[in-house]
Design a protein around this ligand. Sequence first.
Ligand SMILES: Nc1ncnc2c1ncn2[C@@H]1O[C@H](COP(=O)(O)OP(=O)(O)OP(=O)(O)O)[C@@H](O)[C@H]1O
Length: 777
Amino acid sequence: MIALNGVFFMKTALLHNKVLNLEQLNRESFQQIYQEGKKGKLLCPDCGGSVRLYLGISKEPHFYHIQHKSKRCKDVEQESETVETESKEFIERNGFQIPVSRAIASAAVKDAESIFKKAQPVKNIPPYTKENAQNHSFPDEYLQALSQSGVFLDERQAAAVSHIEGPLLVLAGAGSGKTRVLTTRTAFMLRERKIDPKSIMLVTFTAKAAAEMKERLLDYPGMDSRKVRQLVSGTFHSLFYRILSFHSAVKWSSGKLLNREWQREQIIKEACKDLKLDEKEFAFDLALQQISYWKNSLIRPEKVHPENDWEEQTAILYKRYEQAKEQKGLFDFDDMLTGCFALFQDNPDILGQYQNRFQYFLIDEFQDINKVQYELMKMLSAQTKNVCAVGDDDQSIYAFRGSDPQYLLDFEKDFPEAKVITLNQNYRSAHEIVSAANQIISLNKQRRAKSMNAQYSSDQQPFLFFPYDEEEEATMILTDIQDKIEKGYEPRDFAVLFRTHAGSRAVFERLANSSLPFKLDQDAESFYDRFIVRSMLSFLKLSINEDDQNAIKDILPSLFVKQTALQDIKAESILKDCSLLECLSHIKTGFAFQESKLKKVIPVTRSLSGLTPVTAIETIEKELGFQDFIKKRGNEGNKMEKGSDDLKDLKVAARNFNSLAEFLEHTEHMKAMNNEIKQLSKSYNNAITLSTIHRAKGLEYNVVYVVGAVEGSLPHDHALEAYRSGDSAPLEEERRLMYVAVTRAKRDLYISVPEKRRGRKAYPSRFLAPITRSTRR
Ligand SMILES: Nc1ncnc2c1ncn2[C@@H]1O[C@H](COP(=O)(O)OP(=O)(O)OP(=O)(O)O)[C@@H](O)[C@H]1O
């Protein structure tokens, strides 16, 4: 037995009559043993009862009885000859030994990676000294009434609430009550200053935030619901779109909006057909992102100064894209802003009307404003200058969309008479979390120096934990959530945050297989529906069913065969009475090389049956030139999401399964669950949140797990690449993302630092250095 904190835990169990000893097992196999336990295959070597492997954060791995968790049986002592060495079962093929299944291995000798590292509290947290910011008595009656009804404000918050005339910049650190200030300020304007709600423009980052703010306003004392409804609130896009459609309803009717990415791609591809850009090599998605960036920066096509060949080509596309849209009478989201900007510029009388109408501007998340938004605000507020901008430069995370925190940093240049109020009390998080966050963000160079103070301290330090890989990471998080729910936590207390959607695959799977309620972003597609992943899985499907029509359709792109060939394949299959897979060998493409490859698809696909999913995937990669396909169609030119990464992630997922059928069944189940959970997410009000860090901005949770805090993930590879070429801005934005993630936690924060990522050794995120070093800087 292992002694942990004075309690004894079991270190041995039986699997298929063999003794497993945790002290001797390879780390890699823990996840597999965990799964065997879930299937009921692990037994206690002493009493024979069913046991499971505990793989969590708060305790070290150990076996426990399912029926009586606290029961402690005796471990068996293991003879050295009963210790297995790592072993795989092989079959012979073409003179090669190919592994078909992996036995759970144990090894007497352990390398450093194989040793389970206990979760560690973060270092360098200074002792807590409370700075009481509350209990001020305000001369203003309404503010006093508010504090009596439970809406407390500190002195700086109150100053921000009551400074109504003239420009005001509220620099609000994380958790410092930005939302509270904006809401209370609006209430104060309506109730105390009797300002006409129709003259107030309240800009929020999402439509949901505006709706929530209005709802909260209704709870304020003396609030008139009619007045609240009359407030003009929403996102920049929605507000300026309303203006455009008021002046030109037909031109801006919603049916003409290109609201899907593929619609924009279609327009641009059509407009540039004659340029003969190779669709397989030119990253149209990136080009559209760049075009959007130019538009939001108010750079017209003829004013672009390309910095390289790619930008030069993209500038041509930009011109064509704009022309094509105009000819067809269509518009995109960016046009809602640039269109309004043009409307005001070309029609000073219309601008004048709106300048008279809107007297007060409240803008939330000001750090994420872009050029066109900023110019629009400046135009509208030119007469009154009553702009209240609230933001935190440390939480600016949308540079890729043209946002620029510089507008916040330079606010006083454009509004020299501005009053600046810094909110530096963090009411959300415990001192230990605030202090860790302060240290992380202090290393950014492009920022206003500030440090947050917490309002309370907790006996719980933030923890780093060290899973073996993405799979074990997900298991450890699930176990920890279950442990905490047993202690009385609610599902709504938890959020699991990740850098990109792809990073959530394993956690999604673990939660989907549990009975815990959780919610997902509505646009989160299933990992197994991604283009490259679907293609690869289709080969595996065809090895089981050669007549799977969808699978044939999905492998065609990887073989560089047009979709129109599908009809011929189906007809052939009826005429010649052969399987759809066999018909591939009859396709005439006119290229000998391609035809011989198509002939090879049949034996290679058939050879997959009996292999493990990982070996099957590797076989397709090697034998059918799948990597060529990825190079051409895997968005390898894309900065954020590459097909080659998807393939690596797929292999990590596949490692959990020994047979193709089991793995494919799992992928189908997960696809179905993705849709189901998204539906359920709409109605859940007590569920665990699974979210990207971007989407979690502005939200708070009692317990936060930050997934994948390793180099390449957070900071993301694209930022590291930019940094190597001398541009540190993307890396600073990644550090802000870490800051946003960490500051979502109220009491418990767990940062995961897996040993492996995408099958390779991973290194702890550089952002963690200040809180993991032994000495303070
Ligand atoms: N004066 C106050 N006294 C007590 N609690 C407060 C006070 N101000 C804000 N809070 C609480 O602190 C938490 C954080 O506030 P809020 O969400 O408004 O912060 P924020 O500045 O918008 O945060 P972020 O920018 O990090 O999303 C909320 O739970 C809020 O109710």
